[in-house]
Design a protein around this ligand. Structure first.
Ligand code: GDP
Length: 196
């Protein structure tokens, strides 16, 4: 995908603040520090379009970005950061569920998982909301460069088992090496209906 323009649109916490639902949208979700900003920046070839907050998880904002005036990427707030105040943490579920269940232009969610972990309760909840609204999930195991080939394969198997999915349902990714970048785009272009 050739990214000709990349623009931050707005931040929102509730639907009245979302931009008009016009262009097809891909949302990105993941635990705080999973590598979500790095993944988005890597695939769109922009070093600092999506900024990492220095206190991860404190700002629970949904950030919208326009690409090529053709589609929108949505950076959903990270979850699971231990030092986030309980009051903030409680807002995550309803905020994400409201976005997912009410956004008519949402085409898919890229669920980003650390390859060294296995899915937790937040991923299970998310999978449930998306499933009931028939929204495709693109599953990405990131930081793949941190594991040897053998350990990578083992973690892929564990993640596939945990979600009762085929190993082919996951993209192995590394923002460091660029591994999986093409595969992520293939999945995104497929749900956006863009032919390659
Ligand atoms: P976010 O909180 O999910 O947006 O996570 P970031 O993108 O800010 O990444 C968190 C940390 O993990 C940073 O120190 C990144 O440099 C590092 N990181 C992210 N992706 C990768 C990756 O694919 N490989 C390696 N080795 N480090 C990564």
């Amino acid at each position: 995908m050739l990214i000709k323009s990349a623009t931050f649109i707005t931040s929102a916490v509730k639907p009245s603040q979302y931009p008009p639902a016009v262009l097809p949208e891909i949302a990105f979700s993941g635990r705080s520090n999973v590598g979500k900003s790095s993944l988005i920046n890597k695939i769109v070839n922009r070093k600092r379009l999506v900024k990492t907050s220095r206190t991860p998880g404190r700002t629970q904002l949904i950030n919208f970005f326009d690409f090529n005036e053709a589609f929108t990427f949505v950076d959903l707030p990270g979850y699971g950061y231990a030092r986030v105040p309980e009051a903030v943490r409680k807002k995550w579920g309803p905020m994400i569920e409201t976005y997912i269940t009410g956004r008519s232009t949402l085409k898919a969610v890229v669920m980003i998982l650390d390859i060294r972990r296995t899915p937790g309760i937040e991923e299970q909840n998310l999978t449930g909301w998306l499933g009931s609204h028939h929204i495709p999930i693109i599953r990405v195991l990131t930081k793949a460069d941190k594991l040897s080939k053998t350990k990578r394969k083992k973690q892929l198997g564990l993640n596939a088992n945990a979600l009762s999915l085929d190993e082919a349902a996951f993209v192995l990714f590394s923002a460091k090496s660029g591994m999986g970048k093409e595969a992520v785009w293939e999945a995104i272009e497929s749900v956006l209906g863009i032919s390659r």
